[in-house]
Design a protein around this ligand. Structure first.
Ligand SMILES: Nc1ncnc2c1ncn2[C@@H]1O[C@H](COP(=O)(O)OP(=O)(O)OP(=O)(O)O)[C@@H](O)[C@H]1O
Length: 392
C-alpha cells in the first residue's frame, strides 16, 4: 500500500492501529538468511543456534492491535515479548515481515518519521522508568513536550494536568530520588501520556513493584483505559496481570504466538497442551462469563430468578444464584438469553464443562512452563534498551 508520509491511509474505527504480518527478528550472523530458508526455520531454537549461531527471538508472528483495546503480549522470560514490541517502532530492526501503523508502512519510515512515530504516536513506558534524576517530576513529565518544541508555559500546564491524572498531585517539585518505586512508575506513565500518543506501549512496567503497589498501578491502567479508551500494548510474564488487563492476549513461546484470544478464550479453550498447562491454576470462575454455562430457559424460569448481564463472571453468577436459591437469568437489554443454574456454574469451576480435551491431554503435556519467571537480564546487558532521550 502506498501512502504519503503524513496522512494515514484510513481512519475508520475498525482499521487496526498496528498490523503485523509474518514478522521475524533473528539475532546473530547472517540473520537475514534464516526466515526464507525452510530448512532453518524448521529447526527448534537450540538446533538453530547450534547450526547457525542465530537466535530467532520472533518467528513468523502476525496480529492486529485494534483501536481502543488493551493488547497483552504474554510469555515466559526469553519468549520474545520485548523484542516483538520493540520491533513495532523499530527500536529493534525486524529481520523480515511487515508492520504498519494506521496503514502506514513502519519499515519504510525514514529517521525523521520514526522519531515522530516514537515521540507522538507510540510512546513507551519502561520498567526502569528512564527518568532524568536531576529534573523535578513536572519537568520529567514535560520532557517529551519540550522535545516537541512546545513553549515552557504550555508544557508545564499540560504536564501538571497529567501529573494530577496519575495521582501525583503535590509531588510536582520532587526529584525521582525522592519518590517510591510506584510513584516513579507513575511519573513514567505520566511522561508517556503527556505527549498524547495514539498507542501506549508498556514493557513490563510493574514487575519491579511490590504486590500491593503493583495492584494499584494495574488498577490505574484499567481506570485510564476506561476513561480515555486509549490503545495499549502491554508486555507481561504474569498471567494474572495479563488476564486482568487484556482485552486480548497473545501468548508467546520460543518466539511464536501460540494462542491469541480473549482471556476467556485462552482459559476456556486453550490452543494446545502448553497453554492448557499455563492456565491450569487460573480461577476459571473469575475469567469465564456466564455465556459458557448458559442453557435455554423454561417458560417458568424466563420470568423468575435473579438477573445477570451476559458479561457477568461465573463467580458473580454463583453469588446471585446462592443468594436467591434459584437459577439466574442472563438478561441483555431486557431480553432473557437463557439461564445458569448451580450445576452448570460448578462445572465451570471444576473445569469439566469447558474443554473436552483437558482431562487426559494435560498429562502428556510437553515440558511444563515454569510458573515463575527467572530473574530478568539487567538493563545494561541489553544493547538495544535505548536511552530516555531517543525513546520519548
Ligand atoms: N540483542 C540480542 N542479541 C542476541 N539475542 C538476543 C538479543 N536480545 C534478545 N535476545 C534473545 O532473544 C530471545 C527473546 O528475548 P526477549 O528479551 O525478547 O524475551 P522476553 O520474552 O522479553 O524476555 P524477558 O521477560 O526476560 O524480558 C531470548 O532468547 C534472548 O536471549
Amino acid at each position: 500500500m502506498t501512502t504519503t508520509a503524513t496522512t494515514p491511509v484510513n481512519t475508520a474505527a475498525d482499521t487496526p492501529v498496528f498490523s503485523v504480518e509474518g514478522l521475524w527478528k533473528v539475532f546473530g550472523p547472517k540473520a537475514a538468511r534464516v526466515p526464507g530458508d525452510s530448512e532453518l526455520t524448521a529447526l527448534d531454537p537450540a538446533e538453530l543456534r547450534a547450526r547457525t549461531g542465530c537466535t530467532a527471538a520472533v518467528r513468523d508472528v502476525s496480529f492486529d492491535v485494534r483501536k481502543g483495546e488493551v493488547f497483552v503480549v504474554m510469555g515466559l522470560s526469553g519468549s520474545g515479548k520485548s523484542t516483538l514490541v520493540r520491533c513495532l517502532t523499530r527500536l529493534i530492526e525486524p529481520t523480515a515481515g511487515t508492520i504498519s501503523i494506521d496503514g502506514e508502512d513502519v519499515r519504510a519510515m525514514d529517521k525523521g518519521r520514526l522519531r515522530e512515530l516514537r515521540r507522538h504516536r507510540a510512546a513507551m513506558v519502561f520498567q526502569h522508568f528512564g527518568l532524568l534524576p536531576h529534573r523535578t517530576v513536572l519537568d520529567n513529565v514535560a520532557y517529551g513536550l519540550e522535545i516537541q518544541g512546545m513553549s515552557r508555559a504550555e508544557r508545564r500546564e499540560k504536564a501538571a494536568e497529567v501529573v494530577a491524572k496519575v495521582g501525583l498531585e503535590g509531588m510536582e517539585h520532587r526529584r525521582p530520588g525522592q519518590l517510591s518505586g510506584g510513584q516513579r512508575q507513575r511519573v513514567g506513565l505520566a511522561r508517556a501520556l503527556a505527549v498524547d500518543p495514539e498507542v501506549l506501549l508498556f514493557d513490563e512496567p510493574f514487575s519491579a513493584l511490590d504486590p500491593l503497589i503493583r495492584r494499584d498501578m494495574q488498577e490505574e491502567v484499567v481506570r485510564l483505559h476506561r476513561e480515555e479508551g486509549r490503545t495499549m500494548v502491554f508486555i507481561t510474564h504474569d498471567l494474572n496481570e495479563a488476564l486482568k488487563l487484556g482485552d486480548r492476549i497473545a501468548l508467546m513461546r520460543d518466539g511464536r504466538v501460540v494462542q491469541l484470544g480473549t482471556p476467556e478464550e485462552i482459559v476456556g479453550s486453550p490452543a494446545d497442551d502448553y497453554v492448557r498447562e499455563f492456565v491450569r491454576d487460573v480461577p476459571r470462575e473469575q475469567v469465564m462469563t456466564v455465556r459458557t454455562a448458559m442453557r435455554g430457559a423454561t417458560p417458568d424460569e424466563a420470568g423468575n430468578g435473579p438477573a445477570v448481564p451476559p458479561d457477568a463472571t461465573v463467580s458473580e453468577a454463583i453469588e446471585a444464584v446462592a443468594r436467591a436459591g434459584a437459577p439466574a437469568r442472563v438478561v441483555d437489554h431486557g431480553r432473557c438469553l437463557g439461564v445458569v443454574d448451580s450445576d452448570a456454574l460448578l462445572e465451570v469451576v471444576a473445569g469439566t464443562g469447558l474443554d473436552p480435551a483437558a482431562d487426559g491431554a494435560a498429562a502428556e503435556a510437553a515440558p511444563l512452563p515454569r510458573r515463575t519467571a527467572p530473574a530478568r537480564r539487567g538493563a545494561a546487558s541489553r544493547p538495544d534498551q535505548g536511552t530516555s532521550e531517543e525513546l520519548v
